[in-house]
Design a protein around this ligand. Structure first.
Ligand code: ZN
Length: 149
């Protein structure tokens, strides 16, 4: 188990130091901003959605290692997914972080599992979910920046 934990830790550190899909997305058609005042994490999420499929996702911003790694992993996980499946991923991811049983329609989490350890640090759950709440706002074109508070 501790080997798995080390592996998870390595993936998180890697994604926080070298975030994937970092920077504005020139051809986006959805965008939202998110802010986690508890930790000071801020991010802007860009999406290119066509025919209900998320073709590309990117983000920029400043935040702690968990929020950056989570946003990086999320943008990787979203690419090529139908919008409905992105919502099912969030349902499963939220359940993972809060230690609740996954809802029946939750999608398999794949690499997002590496953030399971956040469960032990309730104060960091909002760092890990910030990108996902921002995704929700972007998909629904909410103008107001998202705050986790
Ligand atoms: Zn944070």
């Amino acid at each position: 188990m501790s080997d798995l934990r080390d592996l998870y830790q390595e993936v998180i550190i890697d994604h926080s130091r070298r975030p994937r899909n970092f920077g504005p997305l020139a051809q986006h058609n959805h965008r939202a901003e998110g802010f986690n005042p508890l930790c000071g994490d801020r991010l802007t999420l860009y999406l290119k959605v066509s025919d209900g499929i998320i073709e590309a996702a990117s983000f920029e911003g400043v935040g702690c290692a968990i929020s950056t790694a989570s946003a990086s992993l999320m943008t990787e996980a979203l690419k090529g997914k139908p919008v409905a499946q992105a919502e099912a991923l969030f349902a499963g991811f939220h359940a993972l972080l809060t230690g609740e049983p996954a809802p029946p329609d939750a999608a398999p989490l794949g690499k997002l599992q590496v953030l399971a350890g956040v469960q032990e640090f309730p104060a960091r759950i909002k760092c890990a979910t910030l990108a996902w709440h921002t995704l929700n706002a972007a998909l629904h074109d909410r103008e107001q920046p998202v705050s986790t508070e």
